[in-house]
Design a protein around this ligand. Structure first.
Ligand SMILES: [Zn+2]
Length: 227
């Protein structure tokens, strides 16, 4: 299973999962339609579903077009549907803590095992420690010392977004010996030190866990078993 990040952050969000048989599952449609189409080589018929966490444009920009193209959309904030099976992908959504209705994603596929995707949330209200997660895609948006608590902008900027400390607590609590990848998403260079963030998350994981920043163009392999 290949994970390809097109973009991640308040300017736009989109990650593409491609299974060995070519089945594509898109996580967020928050970039230009054209960029998504190019990234999947115009194989719209291979897209089994697209999940969108919430209504904000940086997550949903291309949703109307993909809907028109007949792609199945998993967007619980609009229709209340929380789960579905799409090819060999099994998806379950769960509520997050944002300034509008927002949902996280738990996804399984035989090739990659399981993963959670958590973005635009003050914290994650769900405990995944029993699931033995293989991959965690989680927001690390801001850190202490890099936001001005007195600024009128502070509340607007960080309310409903996860701090590095909260992200670290989640990873620490939910990491197991089956965790392979932690991908830090929805970051902002002005509010978080990325090298520091990677080191902090590594400090609560086993040494063999791959901790990476979701920069545009990132491509990693998501496997269930790493030999
Ligand atoms: Zn948002």
């Amino acid at each position: 299973m290949k994970l390809h990040t097109i973009d991640s952050g308040s300017q736009g969000n989109c990650h593409i999962l491609t299974a060995d048989n070519g089945d594509i599952f898109i996580i967020e449609l928050g970039v230009q339609e054209k960029l998504i189409k190019q990234a999947i080589d115009f194989q719209i018929s291979k897209v089994v579903a697209a999940y969108v966490s919430h209504v904000h444009k940086d997550h949903s920009k291309a949703l109307p077009r993909f809907y028109e193209m007949g792609v199945r959309i998993l967007n619980p904030y609009q229709n209340g549907v929380l789960k579905g099976e799409y090819g060999r992908y099994k998806a379950i959504c769960f509520p997050l803590i944002h300034d509008v209705d927002c949902y996280g994603l738990y996804l399984e596929h035989p090739e990659m095992g399981n993963m959670v995707y958590i973005s635009d949330s003050s914290y994650c209200p769900v405990d995944f420690s029993k699931q033995k997660l293989n991959h965690i895609l989680i927001e690390a948006n801001w850190q202490d010392g890099m936001v001005d608590y007195d600024s009128p902008n502070f509340k607007h900027k960080v309310t409903g977004h996860m701090s590095l400390q909260t992200c670290k607590d989640f990873v620490k609590h939910n990491a197991s010996n089956e965790l392979h990848n932690v991908v830090l998403i929805h970051w902002s260079e002005s509010t978080i030190d990325l090298d520091h963030a990677v080191e902090e998350i590594k400090s609560v994981c086993d040494v063999d866990v791959n901790v990476v920043i979701a920069e545009p163009g990132l491509e990693i392999e998501l496997k269930k078993d790493v030999l």
